[in-house]
Design a binder for this molecule. Structure first.
Ligand SMILES: [Zn+2]
Length: 383
């Protein structure tokens, strides 16, 4: 069944800004950051470090005071300052709700990604073909895929808000939209076990022997190379600035590749299988991707995207399941013999009891799947 407007998703497009808009955007980023810091400052001045959530009214009062003290805040787009106020309020509420969220911190110029968020005008659609109309900043053209362009121009799409951000090279608009949920996928009655490893034999090996690799070695080498060049030139020189841009390009490319890879892989797995079984200790496994740059593969994001996609495309399936991890690689999937002598490094082994030759990771993945089928070591997750 499909319900209108129940599906909320994010869409990011690249903006083509004029030099005048670039100046206005940067001013808007700066004012948003300043507002956040000013409100936090005023909160600290009033309450110190005592644990109290400020009310929305209080924060609004702080905002009005800040605008009086710093008249330049009035020159920038005003709903983005209100959004900064609301974000701060949310950050306070979250930090009190759960210990996982830290209390709000000051936004530093270096460490915080420049961004501002605007609310949508009720009287006007913000997107017309490939043009975005922002409050105060006017019309900006953008480029994106045909699929996203259709989605943004569809009369079924409702816009919640628009975030504009800068990655050091380009400006982007991130839309938070309500739209029709996508067509659901049919159940396949196929189930799979997955073994996750930090080794070079594939970071993910399935019970069907499929091995997944993710390779960004070339990008990592380029990043290393450019970093070496940067270390040799004078800070803030023309060449230094040029190299910084090139470096940023490679960082962005690497991040995009990783995101695309995760999105494609999770979609294909959800399309093919109704159940995907993992060991419950996956969150303790660290997969380093690429030499000294030491980028860590975001495993928990991978699992979360799988869960999200099952919910979206196959809500009737068992989806992501977990079993207890003990002895999955030591047990022979064929006869059940547990080989206690098995060394960690051994990739292939011959079962001493039945003589079957086993690929360590595929064998483990089959055991993981069987464990789920048999219901032993099954961990019930509520979400
Ligand atoms: Zn055996």
């Amino acid at each position: 069944m499909r319900f209108m407007g129940e599906y909320i998703r994010g869409v990011v497009v690249k903006l083509h800004v004029t030099p005048e808009q670039e100046v206005m955007f940067k001013q808007n980023y700066g004012c948003t950051r300043k507002t956040h810091n000013e409100l936090l400052n005023k909160y600290k001045a009033k309450y110190g470090d005592c644990n109290k959530i400020p009310t929305k009214n209080e924060l609004n009062q702080f905002l009005n005071e800040s605008k009086k003290e710093l008249p330049y805040l009035k020159e920038t787009e005003s709903t983005s300052l209100q959004q900064a106020r609301d974000d701060l309020h949310k950050a306070f509420k979250n930090s009190f709700k759960s210990k996982r969220h830290n209390p709000p911190k000051f936004h530093s110029k270096k460490k915080t990604r420049p961004s501002f968020r605007q609310t949508i005008r009720k009287d006007k659609r913000p997107v017309e073909k490939n043009t975005l109309t922002l409050r105060k900043h006017g019309e900006v053209t953008f480029s994106t895929s045909v699929e996203y362009l259709d989605l943004l121009n569809s009369p079924d799409t409702k816009f919640n808000n628009i975030t504009v951000y800068y990655d050091g090279l380009n400006h982007y608009a991130s839309f938070n939209i309500k739209t029709q949920p996508p067509e659901q996928l049919p159940l396949t009655e196929e189930h799979i076990g997955c073994d996750i490893n930090s080794n070079k034999n594939g970071w993910l090996v399935t019970s069907e022997g499929q091995k997944e690799f993710f390779d960004v070695d070339h990008d990592n080498q380029m990043i290393k190379h450019i970093n070496r060049l940067i270390s040799k030139c004078r800070n803030m020189s023309r060449r230094w600035k040029k190299l910084q841009k090139r470096l940023q390009k490679w960082y962005n490319k690497r991040t995009n590749q990783l995101n695309d890879y995760i999105e494609k892989l999770t979609y294909n797995l959800v399309k093919k299988y109704d159940t995907i079984v993992f060991e419950e200790n996956y969150s303790t496994i660290k997969i380093l991707i690429g030499g000294e740059e030491n980028m860590i593969f975001p495993l928990s994001r991978f699992i979360k995207r799988l869960k999200d996609k099952f919910q979206l495309y196959k809500p009737g399936a068992d989806g992501v399941q977990f079993v207890k991890p003990h002895n999955t690689s030591r047990t022979c999937h064929h006869c059940g013999h547990i080989n206690k002598e098995l060394k960690v490094k051994k990739r292939n082994w011959k079962c001493p009891k039945c003589g079957k030759i086993l690929d360590r990771d595929t064998n483990a993945a089959i055991n993981i799947l069987n464990r789920w089928f048999n219901g032993d070591g099954l961990i019930k997750y509520l979400n």
